[in-house]
Design a binder for this molecule. Structure first.
Ligand SMILES: Nc1ncnc2c1ncn2[C@@H]1O[C@H](COP(=O)(O)OP(=O)(O)O)[C@@H](O)[C@H]1O
Ligand SMILES: [Mg+2]
Length: 255
């Protein structure tokens, strides 16, 4: 049975008995650029079996990512990135949970990587469909600053990797990308502000803009703000010259 479900992935994976494929999930399971996500039941709860796509099929995504980071000046200022393998992703998600950063729980069962399914909307979707919800974007930014305070740079913090529960709680997902180096905190804050403010709602742009302006004295004790501003401008410029990637405008153009 498992083979039937998994054949779409061209993989032969023997599922341990505790992990059951969910043949007809009531929800649509989105697929990632880097990973397939397969619905399975584990301990009676819905999980997503994370199956990395082949090297060949992610090559263009990885190239685009490297070009973006290079174009943003991230490498030139001493930033570095690498892809975490599945074991490292699970370890990192555990570290986050231990330090009180809200992430989707990850675990390995007989070598398979399971992510606990969270019933939530992606921030990217909220920002294009529910323009009046300004809270989520700001809540997301607070989780990023809080993670940094706890010594954790999450990596790849754009809004498709941010879930928002109906309670408003933010759940970060997707830890394929590790950011390290001198400016990784500044880069990640700018990335989160840039994407977090991508909304059909002017109010959301304003709320993010206000959050950043009002927080300057606090943020300046933790970040090199000229570097954050540099990366904000770089994102803006990159957006203007790569419209196919970034369809929305940015609120912080004047910073
Ligand atoms: N824990 C989760 N709960 C609900 N949906 C999830 C969860 N993890 C991932 N997803 C969905 O699967 C998509 C792909 O997962 P993601 O981890 O972002 O993979 P990729 O690294 O390939 O982008 C996400 O955009 C999200 O829609
Ligand atoms: Mg993702």
């Amino acid at each position: 049975m498992a083979g039937e479900v998994l054949k779409d992935f061209g993989l032969k994976i023997a599922l341990p008995s505790a992990v059951e494929p969910v043949e007809n999930p009531l929800i649509t399971i989105p697929q990632g650029n880097l990973n397939h996500m397969l619905p399975v039941s584990f301990n009676g709860e819905l999980h997503l079996l994370r199956i990395p796509r082949s090297r060949e099929s992610i090559a263009s995504t990885v190239t685009a990512l490297e070009q973006e980071y290079a174009g943003l000046g991230y490498f030139a200022l001493g930033g570095r990135y690498r892809l975490r393998n599945l074991r490292e992703q699970v370890k990192f998600a555990r570290l986050c949970a231990d330090r009180g950063v809200a992430v989707a729980a990850m675990q390995q069962v007989n070598g398979l990587t399971l992510v606990k399914y969270e019933s939530a909307l992606k921030l990217s979707r909220i920002n294009i469909t529910n323009g009046s919800d300004t809270e989520a974007a700001v809540a997301f930014l607070k989780t990023i600053v809080s993670a940094h305070e706890k010594g954790l740079v999450l990596g790849d913090r754009w809004t498709p990797n941010v879930l928002v529960k109906s309670s408003g709680e933010i759940v970060n997902i997707d830890f394929d990308i590790e950011l390290t180096g001198l400016v990784s905190h500044e880069f990640e804050l700018a990335q989160a502000i840039h994407y977090g403010s991508h909304s059909v709602s002017w109010q959301t742009w304003e709320a993010v803009d206000r959050w950043y302006r009002d927080g300057q004295s606090y943020l300046s004790t933790r970040y090199n703000l000229p570097v954050v501003n540099y990366f904000l401008h770089a994102h803006q410029l990159y957006q203007e010259t790569h419209l196919q990637m970034n369809p929305y405008s940015l609120c912080i153009a004047n910073l």
